[in-house]
Design a protein around this ligand. Structure first.
Ligand SMILES: N[C@@H](CCC[C@H](N)C(=O)O)C(=O)O
Length: 332
């Protein structure tokens, strides 16, 4: 079986896009998961942080996200910017809706964040802090700024669904080893976190309107950026009173930066917006049999060097700002 793969990234969170509905391409969910694991395997010839299937044959395109471990998720915010770009370009549209994870997401072409860097905004459905929506098992209706003793003795977490599950802690000092330990532990706490959770640490930066966020993702581990983690962190930052919801914040991740804010409605609903790059990296046609036995470098790949270089230039500034804030990341 042959596949056309598009590799893309939002803030260096790199994902594949495959045309079609997973259940039409494969006979069973197990086959879908095997395919995703094979394509995303970093030890294999390709490698990535996840994969979106896109059914672009309907009036409202539909997308289906899978983590690199083969599990499905309601949203990949960075990936949806890339899917958004793809369908916007194909349909020669400036804005349209994409359906994914049981919700409708508005994707919109926005001015380039830097020369040669295609940029997209995604408007998400309203965020929810309801414990049952995250889900986090707790005594109250929400889990806000509270310790989960089985996860960490002192860090205070807030649970939020955007609509995938996130736990966010605002920290004074960023300790990546601690994030990895807590993120890994979140996968093994079914009594408190029955669906696991993406775990983010938020460190305020001295530059006004800027924060640093890093996420340990469910089903993927530490990634250079997590778009839904950016939105979840942005929402929690306001929920805890650190910034007005509608103030656009620049969220710096190790893989890039994105802008996010929430629009409050009269009924209290908070609709988040995520703005950032949607960069195409390469296109490849792969044969499944060949892929299973190929080594890195074996496959014929059409690399989009101009887009890669434009992003690299844009990203230099972000890396400088993170280093200047004294944020360090151990070699892994
Ligand atoms: N990288 C993504 C999030 C992907 C899904 C997540 N790991 C989950 O299981 O919910 C993003 O950019 O949002």
């Amino acid at each position: 079986m042959k596949f056309e793969l598009l590799k893309a990234h939002g803030s260096s969170n790199d994902i594949f896009i495959v045309d079609g509905r997973p259940e039409r391409i494969f006979s069973t969910p197990a086959e879908v998961a095997d395919f995703v694991r094979l394509v995303c395997d970093r030890q294999g010839p390709l490698g990535g942080d996840g994969l979106y299937f896109v059914d672009d044959s309907r009036a409202v395109p539909e997308a289906f996200f899978f983590n690199p471990d083969g599990s499905s998720a309601k949203l990949c915010g960075n990936g949806l910017r890339c899917v958004g770009r793809l369908v916007l370009e194909r349909r020669e549209a400036d804005a349209l809706d994409v359906s994914t994870g049981g919700g409708r997401f508005r994707v919109e072409r926005i001015p380039q964040v830097a020369a040669g860097v295609w940029s997209v905004a995604v408007e998400l459905p309203p965020v929810t802090f309801r414990a049952a929506d995250v889900p986090v098992v707790t005594t109250g209706a929400e889990h806000v700024d509270t310790v989960i003793p089985t996860l960490h003795p002192a860090l205070r977490f807030t649970g939020v669904a955007v609509p995938n599950s996130h736990l966010v802690a605002v920290v004074d000092d960023y300790d990546e080893n601690e994030l990895v330990a807590v993120g890994g532990a979140a996968a093994g706490l079914p009594v408190v976190l029955p669906a696991g959770a993406n775990v983010s640490f938020v460190r305020p930066l001295t530059a006004p309107g800027e924060i640093f966020v890093r996420t340990f993702e469910r089903g993927a581990g530490l990634t250079p950026s997590c778009g839904s983690g950016v939105v979840a962190s942005r929402a929690v930052y306001s929920r805890l009173g650190h910034a007005p919801a509608d103030e656009p914040l620049l969220v710096r991740n190790p893989g890039g930066c994105a802008r996010s804010f929430l629009t409050p409605a009269a009924d209290g609903a908070l609709t988040p917006r995520l703005e950032g790059n949607a960069t195409f990296v390469y296109r490849a046609v792969v044969d499944l049999e060949q892929l299973a036995h190929a080594e890195p470098g074996d496959l014929d790949i059409d690399v989009l060097t101009d887009e890669i270089s434009a992003y690299a230039l844009f990203h230099e500034d972000n890396l400088r700002a993170i280093r200047a804030a004294g944020i360090t990341q151990p070699e892994r």
